[in-house]
Design a protein around this ligand. Structure first.
Ligand code: NAP
Length: 269
């Protein structure tokens, strides 16, 4: 059966192995009649991203969190988001055509940042990190659902999604959260525990329907760095940052129901 009217976006990075994989994938998809436009097509049925987790994160941001589902072909290291191995491309195409997969929702984190004269909205797949510029200590007031939780001083705070919980969050002692759980995790980065600043030394996981608000102490409002999925942003005069789980999600195809557990074991154990 031919698939001549079906459009698939293929996004790949400049690594030699990604370019080689792209050429092979293109040949195989063309044999089946799929159409792969030169530039990103907003009406495509699938986004295939070739590379590692970083390539996937950059693609999601570049194409503005599209509704089109993703599937990743891993040419990076382990690839938590990248399920297909280059040697399994033919099998992947057959199973894709047979609709032999489930579509998984990926919860995101949203931050509304208020500055003295502006407001900004950010979305993240893995996490949003609040840090000090030039490696300075940050001083933050943390509220959960408008309840004051703590006065934090330290390197910063990570607000991670379940999908991001195995990234930066995990390296700093946060817990792994199964991706289907609608939650946010607040993880401290080197918290200072003193009489002036008292904060939790471990992470806290909150349900996705409540908000987390972080206010920098006024002396530090120009010293804050916001890092979204590894991309650094700087705003002047931050007064408040509010974090929620947005209604918007992205999605990925999942062919192997054991992939998550196999990935965990091979990456961390
Ligand atoms: P990158 O080199 O693409 O990624 C850095 C490392 O993070 C890679 O080893 C990648 O693992 C891993 N990674 C990314 N997302 C992951 C996830 N959801 N689960 C498990 N591992 C994940 O760097 P980048 O382009 O700056 O990517 C940004 C991401 O790196 C951030 O979102 C953050 O989660 C992570 N990061 C981690 C640390 C840390 O662990 N100390 C520090 C800063 C940033 P693979 O080997 O599986 O590809």
């Amino acid at each position: 059966m031919r698939h001549d009217n079906r459009i698939i976006n293929v996004i790949y990075n400049n690594d030699e192995s990604s370019i080689k994989t792209y050429k092979l994938l293109k040949k195989k998809l063309m044999e089946k009649g799929f159409n792969m436009p030169e530039s990103y097509h907003k009406e495509a049925e699938l986004n295939i991203c070739i590379g590692g987790d970083g390539a996937f994160l950059r693609a999601v941001h570049r194409y503005e969190f599209p509704d089109i589902p993703f599937i990743g072909i891993n040419t990076g290291h382990l690839g938590f988001f990248q399920e297909i191995l280059p040697e399994n491309i033919e099998d992947f195409i057959e199973r894709y055509m047979a609709k032999d997969y489930v579509i998984e929702k990926i919860f995101l984190v949203e931050s509304n940042i208020l500055t003295k004269d502006n407001s900004f909205k950010l979305l993240g797949v893995n996490e949003i990190v609040i840090k000090g510029i030039k490696s300075k200590v940050v001083h933050l007031e943390v509220f959960i659902n408008n309840n004051h939780l703590e006065r934090f001083a330290g390197d910063g705070i990570i607000i991670s999604t379940p999908a991001g919980s195995t990234g930066y969050n995990f390296s700093t002692g946060g817990s792994i959260v199964y991706p289907s759980l609608n939650t946010l995790q607040i993880t401290p980065l080197s918290p200072i525990s003193s009489r002036a600043y008292r904060s939790l030394l471990n992470s806290i996981i909150v349900p996705g329907d409540i908000s987390i608000t972080i206010k920098p102490e006024y002396r530090y409002e120009n010293s804050i760095l916001v890092v979204v999925d590894g991309m650094e942003l700087k705003y002047d005069g931050i007064t408040e940052m509010k974090f929620t789980v947005p209604k918007k999600t992205i999605s990925r195809l999942n062919f192997d129901k054991n992939m998550y557990w196999n990935n965990l074991k091979s990456k961390f154990l």
